[in-house]
Design a protein around this ligand. Structure first.
Ligand code: DON
Length: 590
């Protein structure tokens, strides 16, 4: 009994202390806060460049991607007079060859393209769609239970791919160089092959059972019945053939021609994607979402990505607090950040879906007034999950989407996140094409209240419907300052994309870190369900203990995200960083 009292009074004492501490700093006036910031920046300037880790600098153009060979393709295109769109299309096709776990032509994604002359940001949606044969019961047993694995590792896991149509659309709108010229480097890489890196060896070996089930897949990624190893040459002759057809006939080859025939033949025994589905596929150009944070403007992907909505929503909540003064990755900053994240993920599960099928209250979700309401719910102690029914999150750790960023010498920029969803998608190569298929159907809410592979919950708003795009978290982003492009960023990471991109934006605007420092900083994540505050290894144990005292269940797990970022300084100098969470990534500029 006595012991209980001691624990209880210690608890009360502590929460009182935390509350008192938070209130005192929350009441710091804006003026004081800006004075502190100005003083710190002035002293940094006095001491010289305050950076501790340096980005790569360039004057004219820059490409940042998850593979050196793909970044090289982009850089060559820029140097040959191509613009950011040309380079991005070249990089996307090259990544389909050299980053087979995530780069793709059998998947889908989103592109933001900034046209400097016209001061316009295009948001190009080439997300996969549910085929004509799909319906809301496609992944359920007769009794309404979710069929284990059907949306992950079978032919039914694939949505109708959008990548090839999306890249052609972007190039037709804004490219300069001939289509063939920008695809040629990818054809060469597929034809001649490239060396498997230690990172790719690890990915192949982790996915050996997924890939090993299909003969056409084994023929490419296995040697002597084992996945390829570091130093082996990965040659993809069929993929080179498919790319050649796309170079010659454009996206038509994929959606109506020879490749379409092969995809339909592969799918026929399963009665899933048909030629009709491929012919019907449409790229959609959307208005980006715009938000503001402390004088900066953010342009970001709208639904069917949830990323833009929730990054702006979280920034709106956080804008009222002097995070810079509280310190980057201090327990107090992390606490307020993750409490805001939790509120956003509740809304994600409830409201978000394909805007062509359901009405998503975007304006309300990203309004400053709504953020004022939400901020009132945040206290110095960790909130509970009471508002949402706990689900049964699937313990899956895929990090296999990919992002790349490009800026050209005119100041145009492209930010692309595209994916097969899980590592190597469903692991199925369409026979005779070398093309790996996505497993994006798992991003639908297969059954309201049942989590997907990222532990994400959904409602009827994200149920499977013919022609519908599954809800995504992919968040290619631009930040502007004084009407000038300031930052290009994005990341893979499933549910963690939203919080990773959020932290990149905060690390830049709020904490004044250069792209390399912003990338290296330890990341945190909370999506309410599961109710755990996930942190990366380098977060200090002192900070973790303070977070535990606030009531958080802190877990240290695998790294989160692989950001690819370019900062554009007011004098035009570019600073780039490729996330070393994938050591194959590379930033290249000239
Ligand atoms: O669209 C989405 O949100 C997911 N399919 C992204 C998957 C992903 O990022 C996997 N790995 N990082």
């Amino acid at each position: 009994m006595q012991k209980k009292w001691i624990v209880l009074s210690l608890g009360l004492f502590f929460s009182f202390n935390v509350a008192a501490e938070d209130n005192s700093s929350t009441s710091t006036s804006n003026k004081e806060y800006h004075q502190t910031m100005a003083a710190q920046q002035a002293s940094a300037a006095y001491e010289g460049d305050p950076s501790v880790i340096f980005p790569v600098y360039a004057k004219h153009g820059m490409v940042v991607s998850e593979h050196e060979l793909a970044s090289q393709v982009g850089l060559d295109i820029l140097k040959e007079g191509g613009n950011a769109v040309d380079a991005a299309v070249g990089v996307a096709f090259a990544l389909a060859v050299v980053l087979p776990n995530a780069g793709n032509i059998g998947g889908g994604g989103f592109m933001l393209a900034y046209d400097k002359k016209n001061q316009k940001v295009r948001a190009i949606d080439f997300r996969e769609v549910a085929p004509l044969n799909a319906n809301k019961n496609s992944f359920l047993t007769e009794n309404g239970a979710v069929i284990d694995g059907k949306s992950i590792n079978t032919h039914y896991a694939s949505g109708v791919p959008g990548t090839v149509a999306g890249l052609e659309y972007a190039w037709k709108q804004g490219g300069k160089l001939p289509w063939k010229k920008i695809i040629n480097p990818a054809i060469k890489l597929a034809d001649k092959g490239f060396e498997v890196s230690p990172a790719l060896e690890k990915k192949l070996s982790n996915s050996a059972s997924l890939l090993g089930r299909w003969e056409a897949t084994r023929a490419i990624f296995f040697k002597n019945n084992q996945p390829l190893k570091n130093g082996d040459l990965l040659v993809q002759k069929d993929l080179a053939k498919s790319l050649r057809l796309i170079a010659k006939h454009g996206a038509k080859a994929f959606y109506e021609g020879d490749i379409a025939d092969k995809i339909a033949a592969e799918m026929k025994p399963y009665n899933w994607i048909t030629k009709q589905d491929l012919e019907n596929y449409k790229v959609i150009e959307r208005e980006p979402i715009w938000g503001t944070y402390k004088g900066y403007q953010i342009a970001i992907m709208p639904p069917p990505s949830s990323g833009g909505v929730h990054i702006i929503q979280i920034l709106n909540i956080l804008e009222r607090w002097p995070l810079y003064q509280w310190g980057q990755n201090s327990a107090r900053t992390i606490h307020y950040m993750v409490e805001a994240m939790k509120l956003a993920y509740v809304d994600r599960a409830k409201y978000l879906g394909d805007p062509d099928f359901v009405s998503v209250p975007v304006k309300g979700l990203i309004s400053k007034q709504y953020a004022d309401e939400l901020a009132k719910k945040i206290t110095p102690k960790a909130s509970t999950v009471a508002a949402v029914n706990p689900g049964n999150p699937f313990p899956y750790e895929s990090e296999e989407t990919t992002h790349f960023s490009v800026v050209d010498k005119e100041g145009n920029a492209v930010s692309v996140t595209y994916t097969l969803n899980g590592n190597f998608g469903n692991g199925i190569v369409v026979k005779g094409t070398g093309i790996l298929l996505n497993n994006e159907m798992d991003d639908f809410a297969l059954k309201p209240g049942v989590a997907n592979i990222y532990g994400l919950m959904g409602s009827a708003a994200n149920q499977v419907e013919v022609g519908k795009r599954p809800l995504s978290s992919m968040s290619p982003a631009f930040v502007f300052h004084n009407n000038q492009l300031h930052l290009v960023t994005g990341s893979p990471g499933g549910a963690r994309i939203i919080t990773t991109v959020l932290q990149m934006i905060l690390n830049d605007i709020e904490f004044n870190l250069n792209p390399a420092e912003a990338t290296a900083a330890a990341r945190v994540h909370h999506q309410l369900l599961p109710n755990e505050l996930r942190v990366e290894k380098p977060l200090s144990i002192d900070t973790i203990n303070l977070l535990k005292k606030r009531g958080h269940k802190v877990v240290t797990k695998a790294s989160m995200g692989k950001t690819q970022t370019i900062k554009v300084n007011p004098n035009g100098i570019l600073e780039g960083a490729s996330d070393t969470r994938n050591p194959d990534g590379k930033v290249m500029g000239y």
